[in-house]
Design a protein around this ligand. Structure first.
Ligand SMILES: [Zn+2]
Length: 284
């Protein structure tokens, strides 16, 4: 009988002690069968969409980790990610976070109703994918944006890294790891400065914020002196990306960036401060 009363009251005890404490990694202090544990065990910053669709986990978990920010996971295996339908993209097989994708689909419909065609040409790229891009540019097997073989033209490692960083991220430091960021239509600012592309860009500037999207790589100026060059094609889903930027500001350091050719330049270049956090102030 005493054991039965214990089982009845313990869940109430948990509900009270967990409320508002935001300690997602705290383990229960008593060993109980799983069926008697309280239902709500995940971090309170979990998004609404996730609470509606995610099965009840059996142990507390943080919403985002440093491994997530640094792209060290497979989006095809991650429960928060979905495949992008071909009608939104140039090719099949892109992944996005579900929350980002749902908002993008609404924006795509609204744009189409206004005669604007939005086409995703890149979405989630994990660490390994970004390493292939970066090392291709680092070794010269892939030309950089000015058409140069960086390995030949820029033998000094820091100079070479800074050249590649004009448009490409070091693995572990890309917003494309997050599932919140997309490239649209063309990887060329000029496309968006005249003709049909200009109409696309003007539509995005006027309406993207209505769907939570922001252009993180705005023109370089006094307010954004560091970071990647302007990218009129790159858009971020801020309701989630803002949390990830905040977590990067709190938890990410340059010495965490490694595991690829040229990584030794990250500390001297101050990649976290100047590139990860060197974004459009309106996207913070
Ligand atoms: Zn991009």
């Amino acid at each position: 009988m005493r054991y039965l009363i214990f089982l009845i009251f313990l869940p109430f005890h948990y509900a009270c002690t967990q409320q508002g404490t935001a300690q997602p990694n705290q383990q229960p202090t008593a060993q109980l069968p799983e069926a008697t544990l309280p239902i709500k065990t995940r971090d309170t910053v979990q998004t609404k969409a996730e609470t509606e669709t995610t099965p009840t986990p059996t142990k507390p978990a943080q919403e985002f980790s440093i491994e997530y920010i640094m792209g060290k996971f497979d989006p095809a295996q991650h429960p928060d990610f979905v495949v992008v339908d071909k009608k939104y993209a140039d090719v099949e097989g892109y992944f996005l976070r579900k929350d980002t994708y749902e908002s993008f689909a609404k924006m795509w419909e609204a744009a189409q109703a206004d005669g604007i065609k939005l086409t995703i040409i890149s979405a989630t790229r994990n660490f390994n994918r970004q390493r292939a891009i970066w090392e291709g540019k680092w070794t010269g097997s892939r030309v950089i944006e000015n058409g140069a073989n960086a390995a030949k033209k820029y033998p000094d490692p820091k100079t070479r890294a800074l050249k590649i960083l004009e448009y490409s991220s070091m693995p572990g430091s890309s917003r494309h790891h997050w599932g919140t960021d997309i490239d649209l239509n063309d990887l060329d600012n000029y496309t968006f400065e005249q003709g049909p592309g200009k109409k696309v860009y003007e539509w995005m500037v006027s309406h993207a914020h209505e769907y939570g999207f922001c252009q993180p790589y705005s023109p370089k100026d006094d307010a954004r002196p560091n970071g990647y060059n302007e990218e009129k094609w790159h858009w971020s889903y801020m309701p989630v990306a803002k949390k990830l930027t905040d977590l990067a500001a709190r938890s990410m350091t340059d010495d965490m960036i490694g595991g690829f050719k040229g990584a030794e330049t990250a500390v001297e270049i101050k990649v976290v401060e100047r590139y990860v956090l060197g974004i459009n102030q309106n996207c913070l």
